[in-house]
Design a protein around this ligand. Structure first.
Ligand code: ADP
Length: 406
């Protein structure tokens, strides 16, 4: 195989994020985003490496138009999709169920299986499928690889993956805990081991992926043994707009007493809960500004967020037994020193502490923020899901290329 470039596509229902990477040195040749697909005010933002970013408004009625707009921008930089340098396209696919435990070269059977999983990922898998099908029409000859958000979590033991509900009913409807953000948890747990100068197999890590969506995972020796998201991304931590854990009876109560429909409650718990439901803001920067200004609702929202986070840290400490590192990642985890400090406050008895000075330093690389000699390392590790998707895609197409040669 000759090409060394991989195009990574993350297709949502109304947006497509893309990055073109050169896997010889891991450099980013271009990154971009097409937003508001099928809505008014569509636009594309495109940033070539070392060049001026470009932003354009225009009609983008569907994913086909979105990918053509992307292709045109790449063309302008001499990075067109028809280049022999392009080795493969890697797609982020949210739900891979139990079948997809590894990145997978996409064929008709794979597409059919992703489609079969739509009932458990009604928002994400259809958009991912549209992105794949559209990309296939642009370069039908090119290997396309699906990298699943659930794959890293398929190593969870049944004791962590099953809900304690009637087994036949659960199995009939594929109700179990799948977990999400797996590409990020895989990347960050490995990078944390690297930061400690140890092999991933020797290290137990609690990964806290705190973005707008948020999830925690317990990783033992490089394998996920528990994670906080479940059948869907709704379970677990308090998030920007999602409630995370609630008593399931809240739903029956809202149906019976609040006379709300299943769809209304779905929207309530996924879009109007979490930080935004508690205080009207979901951006941690704004919440901290309000807390510092003495705003009580923002304070309560922050405290609920931290309380939940601390409970998961304690739970995963118990699940792992021995913890070598706690790693903070994603928008909040990488940038919010107050969240990191509050999440670990009072956990000195578990060997967990944050050094105030190190925590306050802003940086963009992986770094330790625990005091020297701490029993458990605390790290800030920027996630890079696109790099991980590109690396897995490239490794897979190179592997199959080699097999064909032998
Ligand atoms: P997504 O889940 O959308 O991928 P990100 O990982 O990009 O999210 O995280 C986005 C969130 O990160 C924002 O909603 C905001 O709360 C938080 N964030 C970003 N920058 C900062 C910052 N400097 N300080 C605190 N929080 C931040």
């Amino acid at each position: 195989m000759s090409g060394s470039r991989v195009l990574v596509l993350n297709s949502g229902s109304s947006s497509v994020k893309y990055q073109l990477l050169d896997m010889r040195d891991g450099s980013r040749l271009a990154v971009g985003l097409v937003e508001r697909i099928g809505e008014s005010g569509s636009r594309i933002k495109h940033s070539p490496a070392g060049g001026e970013s470009r932003e354009r408004n225009g009609s983008v009625p569907d994913h086909d138009a979105a990918l053509k707009a992307m292709a045109a921008e790449l063309d302008r930089d001499g990075l067109g999709l028809d280049s022999p340098e392009l080795a493969a396209i890697g797609h982020r696919v949210v739900h891979g169920g139990l079948r997809f435990t590894e990145p997978t070269v996409i064929d008709d059977a794979v597409l059919a299986e992703i489609e079969r999983l739509i009932p458990v990922a009604p928002l994400h898998n259809p958009a991912n499928l549209t992105g794949i099908r559209t990309a296939q029409t642009l370069r039908p000859d090119l290997p396309q690889v699906a990298v699943f958000d659930t794959a890293f979590h398929t190593t969870m033991p049944e004791s962590a993956a099953r809900y304690a509900i009637d087994v036949e009913t659960a199995d009939a409807h594929r109700v179990r805990r799948y977990g999400f953000h797996g590409t990020s948890h895989a990347y960050v747990s490995r990078e944390t081991a690297r930061l400690l100068g140890r092999a991933p197999e020797d290290v137990n890590v609690i990964v806290l992926h705190l973005g707008n969506g948020a999830s925690a995972s317990a990783v033992r020796g490089g394998r996920c043994v528990d994670t906080s998201m479940g059948l869907t991304p709704l379970e677990g931590l308090v998030m920007g707009t999602r409630s995370g854990d609630t008593d399931p009876a809240v739903i029956f109560h809202l149906m019976r007493v609040g006379e709300m429909s299943a769809d209304e409650i779905d929207t309530l718990l996924n879009k109007r809960s979490g930080l935004i439901g508690l205080c009207g803001d979901n951006d941690m920067r704004e919440i901290r500004r309000r807390v510092d200004a003495g705003d009580e609702r923002a304070r309560l929202a922050f405290d609920i967020y931290i309380h939940r986070l601390k409970k998961y840290i304690g739970a995963y400490y118990a699940v792992l037994g021995r913890v070598d590192a706690v790693a903070f990642t994603a928008g909040v985890g990488e940038n919010s020193a107050p969240v990191r400090e509050a999440a670990l406050a009072g956990l000195e008895g578990l060997g967990l502490a944050v050094d105030g000075g190190l925590n306050a330093v802003r940086g963009d690389g992986a770094r330790l923020i625990s005091p020297a000699g701490a029993r458990v390392a605390v790290a800030v590790v920027p996630t890079d899901e696109e790099m991980e998707i590109a690396a897995q895609t490239y490794a897979l197409v190179n592997d199959s290329g080699n097999q064909n040669l032998t």
